[in-house]
Design a protein around this ligand. Structure first.
Ligand SMILES: Cc1cc2nc3c(=O)[nH]c(=O)nc-3n(C[C@H](O)[C@H](O)[C@H](O)COP(=O)(O)OP(=O)(O)OC[C@H]3O[C@@H](n4cnc5c(N)ncnc54)[C@H](O)[C@@H]3O)c2cc1C
Length: 403
């Protein structure tokens, strides 16, 4: 039996950030991850994610993205790496579309600076777009892209430097009440913890039952321009965007850089939903997976080759209202999940929030809109026992990385 003040289960985007922010406070914390750190079997793989500040999904997200930016900037100053590249982003659609109206509302409520672009300005500045006459845009200058796998690895490395202990390749098989805290069970060793933060992504519902979460298969796609010499789709000229068409379909993406390709996805594309994440279909089915996306791209960006050059299956975990479930559920249990496809940019901010809730500090922002209890009480199914029964007493091997 090993023990810590806090155990974080799952070290993807959310869990790695929580581990880092807890370690930064000097908390005795252990992180457990069933795969390697920064792997491609969950939701946080690939090189990049869109980083937006004026978030159309909810005005309350803007302070969380701003906190991520602040923390990643500090981390970058220390490590010499870049975690966010602020090239700005475009929220495109009709004036009443979600990207335009939602990002304006979020910016106004949070006092974030944005600029409105008329149809004429948009067309002149971004000739790559096959715009409809009604399209306008909101320019979010603090936005850009953030780096996915490298950031997860950096969170964990920094947490370890600050004293966190990390157990990769270790699967948590259950979380139960013990006499002095929670027991986190794995096949090799059990851990006792004063508090447990479960950040298991698409697997969250397997460890904490009865959560209203639905994993969705969502491949990631990368593209190249038809003309290999073209620079029109480089990130500096083709920054991050979200675009809602008049017919309700939507595209999101960003341009290429020295070590990443043009990335474009179809909003809300559902290939499969509600499956067991252990059985994610990792094969690519051209027609089902990118038939509709290729069709949308050929209209939206006529100079981009609509056939992807790279595809990797990924998962989004949807909640009923499209917002995360982050916060305390029971006395000793916290969860962070339900990313709903827009969580990466917020992960450092959410990690800070989880650390504040765990250590009973005042949270940096009002997070009631992502409180897990908005869908009803969340609980572990086993009641607190009077004595710990059945805990295994295996010895953890030294140097868990790669074991
Ligand atoms: C195609 C696509 C595009 C996206 N684009 C954007 C974007 O542009 N901008 C943006 O902000 N967000 C975006 N997202 C969303 C973002 O990637 C997710 O919100 C984020 O990665 C979710 O992180 P997570 O920590 O919840 O999940 P994960 O990264 O999957 O982490 C969960 C971890 O828990 C581990 N785990 C599970 N069960 C156990 C267990 N029993 N024991 C131990 N470990 C366990 C898993 O192995 C995994 O490492 C996108 C997502 C997809 C799929």
């Amino acid at each position: 039996m090993d023990s810590a003040e806090v155990v974080v289960v799952g070290l993807g985007a959310f869990g790695s950030a929580a581990l880092w922010r807890l370690a930064a406070r000097g908390v005795n914390v252990i992180g457990i991850e069933r795969q390697a750190i920064g792997h491609e079997f969950g939701s946080s793989h690939g090189s990049t994610r869109l980083f937006r500040v004026a978030c159309m999904e909810h005005p309350g997200l803007t302070p969380i993205a701003q906190k991520s930016l602040e923390l990643w900037t500090e981390l970058g100053e220390q490590t010499g790496d870049t975690y966010v590249r602020q090239t700005g982003s475009l929220n495109v659609g009709t004036s009443s579309s979600r990207p335009v109206e939602g990002s304006l509302r979020a910016a106004t409520e949070a006092g974030a600076k944005v600029a409105e672009l008329s149809h004429h300005e948009l067309r002149n500045r971004y000739p790559q777009y096959g715009l409809a006459e009604s399209d306008v845009a909101v320019w979010d200058p603090a936005a850009g892209i953030c780096y996915a796998e490298p950031t997860v690895r950096a969170h964990v490395a920094e947490a370890e430097r600050l004293g966190a202990r990390v157990f990769p390749h270790t699967m948590v098989t259950g979380i139960q009440f013990g006499t002095d805290g929670l027991i986190v069970r794995t096949p090799t060793v059990d851990f006792t913890a004063g508090q447990v933060v479960v950040c298991a992504g698409a697997w969250l519902g397997k460890l904490v039952p009865e959560l209203p979460l639905t994993p969705r298969r969502t491949p990631m796609f990368w593209f190249e321009p038809k003309d290999p010499e073209s620079v029109a789709f480089r990130l500096e000229r083709f920054p991050a965007f979200i675009w809602e068409f008049a017919d309700g379909r939507g595209l999101w993406g960003h341009g290429s850089g020295d070590d990443f390709l043009v990335k474009v996805g179809l909003d809300g594309a559902v290939q499969a939903a509600g499956f067991d994440p252990d059985n994610l279909d990792r094969y690519i089915h051209p027609q089902d997976d990118f038939g509709a996306l290729a069709d949308a791209i050929s209209h939206a960006f006529p100079e981009l080759d609509p056939q992807p050059v790279k595809v990797i299956p990924c998962m989004v975990t949807d909640s009923p209202d499209g917002q995360f479930l982050v916060g305390r559920c029971e006395d000793r249990l916290l969860i962070a999940g339900g990313d709903s496809g827009h969580g990466f940019k917020h992960c450092a901010g959410l990690g800070e929030l989880l650390a504040q809730i765990t250590t009973k500090e005042a949270p940096f922002t009002d997070a009631s809109f992502i409180d897990p209890s908005r869908f009803g009480p969340v609980a572990l199914t086993n009641p607190p026992p009077t004595a710990v029964r059945g805990a295994r007493h295996a010895r953890p091997s030294q140097g868990r990385r790669g074991s």
